[in-house]
Design a protein around this ligand. Sequence first.
Ligand code: SF4
Ligand code: SF4
Length: 410
Amino acid sequence: MRKVPYFHPESGTYTNRRRWVGLSFFIFLIGVPFIVIDGASLFLLDIVNMEFHLFFRVFPFTQFYVLFGLTIAGVAGLIYVTLIWGRVWCGWMCPQTIITDFLRVFEKFWLPRKNIKGVNKYLRLIGSYATMTGFVFLVALDVVWYFINPYDFLNRLTTGTLSAFAIGSLAVSFIITWLDMVIVRQSFCEYLCPYAKMQGALFSESTTVVAYDEKRGETDCTKCLMCVRVCPAGIDIRDGLQMSCIACAACVDACEPIMAKKGKANLVRYWSAEKTPSLLRDKSFMVALVAIIASLFVIWQVFFKIDLQVNLSRNSNFTGKIISGQIVNGYTLVLDNLGSDEKRISVSITPAEFKLLPPITYYLVKGNETVRLPLMVELPVGKEESEFILVVEDNKGDRKEINQGFFRVK
Ligand code: SF4
Ligand code: SF4
């Protein structure tokens, strides 16, 4: 329960920084679904096609372990940040906080003063709710675009072919986002957010938190309550660190000019028990290690893992036969496409004395498909080569060379 009515701060050192960080991160989150190269998105969870896109590579859902690695990296990264800097994520970058801040700006625009009365007040209230609802609708739409390609969505919208699934997803996304952002707001952080519940276990003496200088406060605090009025969580920082504090530093900005007038240092500030805090203190070293290993795993999967597996095995029933003056060996070429894109595979053979039967110009392998190709390799009788190299190359330039033994007539 708030002690005093909320006051939305216009500016302040941390308030200004926080707005820039929040705005940049918000634009990034809104923009992510639109970043697409050659049909592959920066990030997309395509439920309809059972695949996900990550850094412009497409993975089938069967490779969920890549997403799992990404989740581990994200969670470990967040735990690391919390161990060192407390709840800065909540106050500075959490979409819940950023969007709630936007809504407060709209409210302040429509209802700048409390003393507006009569019809004017109701018209302004309607304007305020209409603006918030429109904004929340755009956010809900963007949430859906993380699951349905926005270009495809907009194309279907304009041609009237939007699926029931897309419309239903948008409706659910809108209702949840509206209730959360317009009604629940900051109470979500206190009562529902699972991350907030973990704070107790993650905080230590050395964690940086927003704290009030109790000792100096006894004599210096003017009891103006500005630090309480600006608090989005509705708490009084002078009562000590509380679970619902999101480390936004609005109270730091509020106290700063009051103490400056008295020529004193701020009573509220970011504070840690360690004078020069190390970035690898307490359990943070282990957590940072987990985050780095999980990130490296994802980087390897996305940028370095070749998603075409090739295997050549000998057909023992067809080894070393002589047909029309040629020694012919039978093999089975297995092409296993682990990606979800169709691949155009070309196969060639060296040295030049060897010939492939039938000659393969290219072969199309669908995403997640494994094909087995029977191959014949022939060598003129009298040539003494005992090994050849099969070169398999896909349309993206991934190239594999397989050294294989050749068997002569027994
Ligand atoms: S106590 Fe200060 S830092 Fe914590 S939520 Fe309130 S204003 Fe933000
Ligand atoms: S803003 Fe500063 S001076 Fe005013 S009540 Fe809070 S701590 Fe005291």
